[in-house]
Design a binder for this molecule. Structure first.
Ligand SMILES: NC(=O)c1ccc[n+]([C@@H]2O[C@H](COP(=O)([O-])OP(=O)(O)OC[C@H]3O[C@@H](n4cnc5c(N)ncnc54)[C@H](OP(=O)(O)O)[C@@H]3O)[C@@H](O)[C@H]2O)c1
Length: 335
């Protein structure tokens, strides 16, 4: 299988290389691309060195698939032209997610969206915060039905790519030297701080990250009117996004029934031990490919309820991006 990674030197691209190395696709002829800035850099894939090349449309000719994580404007400019060459594009940016006819896929949740696709189409990878939430919600949706979702996120700086990681590290260093942290990537310092909004503000009080969570969740579940309320927040954590999710189900359930429904769902690990030391945290699960759920509970004083609360954590660079893209590739692989 001939596969390109475009954006190979980025935070997501590097994880794509690692996930693809460990994928179930045995024979991969890999080609790595980035901008001219990092052309010439050498990266390793399955024990062999590969030079990163500057992207060109011509270099896509003859490939089977292109895993793309080079930002929204790059995707808007290039994805369609690559797909027109007969190359299936799996895009990580927000550029194509809400376009009619473009499948928006989490393989554990809506694999049917991949069925019967020809080669040479664009498939969109959802937003990182959306992916982990829909994986946790899917078994509840199947068993009990979902009426509405409320979520508050605690999102790491790697969600902003390499520059977000550098910003937090530089600011922490400044603070340790008793200097004022300089905010360059975010509007205010992220070190020792919490920023209540992610991505551009839309003028109505919401930010684009919240809009993504709402609209993408509806599209993935095929429920265009599902009420979803999101508050997205950046926290000074390097890897993994955490979410406090409250979900209203179509019927009352006990805590045990909810845990049973979620246990064993593909890609989801349900932590049932009520102990501070046992809860999954961003630090604890960084690098893991799955979604972790803990603290599943009904509201206080309600033995059974149509409302459930839970804590959901996943590595935004893994299941939130690279792992999901590689799983899509595995699902459609033409080998
Ligand atoms: N970070 C996450 O958690 C996450 C999760 C889901 C989706 N995404 C999406 O994935 C994409 C990449 O994010 P990231 O976090 O990996 O960002 P990043 O660390 O900034 O990496 C961006 C990558 O894109 C390359 N690139 C930029 N402009 C290019 C161009 N004109 N031609 C070819 N390559 C170009 C960069 O190459 P150089 O090294 O040459 O600059 C780099 O390899 C974004 O669309 C983002 O929204 C990210």
């Amino acid at each position: 299988m001939k596969v390109a990674i475009v954006g190979a030197t980025g935070a997501v691209g590097r994880e794509m290389i690692s996930d693809l190395e460990n994928s179930n696709i045995n024979h991969i002829d890999i080609k790595l691309f980035a901008s001219p800035r990092s052309a010439g850099e050498v990266l390793t894939f399955r024990g062999k060195s590969h030079e990163v090349k500057p992207f060109s449309l011509e270099a896509m000719r003859g490939l089977d698939a292109c895993l793309m994580s080079a930002g929204g404007s790059f995707s808007r400019q290039n994805a369609k032209a690559i797909a027109d060459l007969g190359v299936t594009v799996i895009d990580n940016s927000s550029a194509w997610r809400m376009v009619d006819g473009v499948p928006l896929v989490v393989p554990e949740v809506n694999p049917e969206a991949l069925r019967g696709l020809p080669k040479g189409v664009i498939i969109a990878n959802p937003n990182c915060s959306t992916i982990q939430m829909v994986v946790a919600l899917k078994p509840l949706m199947d068993k009990f039905g979902v009426e509405q979702v409320q979520v508050a996120t605690y999102q790491s700086v790697s969600g902003t790519g390499q520059k977000g990681i550098k910003e937090l590290a530089t600011q922490v260093e400044s603070i340790f030297k008793f200097q004022d942290p300089k905010a360059e990537v975010y509007a205010q310092p992220i070190a020792y701080n919490v920023l209540p909004g992610i991505d551009v503000l839309d003028g109505s009080g919401h930010c684009f990250e919240e809009e993504k969570m709402v609209r993408e969740t509806r599209k993935i579940f095929g429920k265009p009117n599902l009420p979803v309320m999101a508050t997205t927040v950046r926290v000074p954590v390097y890897h993994c996004h955490s979410e406090a999710v409250s979900v209203q189900l179509s019927k009352p359930v006990s805590r045990r029934e909810a845990i049973e429904a979620m246990t064993g769902f593909k890609g989801l690990t349900v932590h049932t031990e009520d102990a501070h030391a046992a809860f999954p945290t961003p630090r604890g699960i960084a690098g893991d490919q799955g979604v972790h759920v803990a603290r599943v509970r009904t509201p206080i004083d309600a033995e059974r309820s149509d409302w459930l609360q839970m804590w959901v954590v996943a590595d935004n660079l893994k299941k939130g991006a690279a792992t999901n893209a590689v799983q899509i590739l595995e699902a459609i692989s033409y080998h």
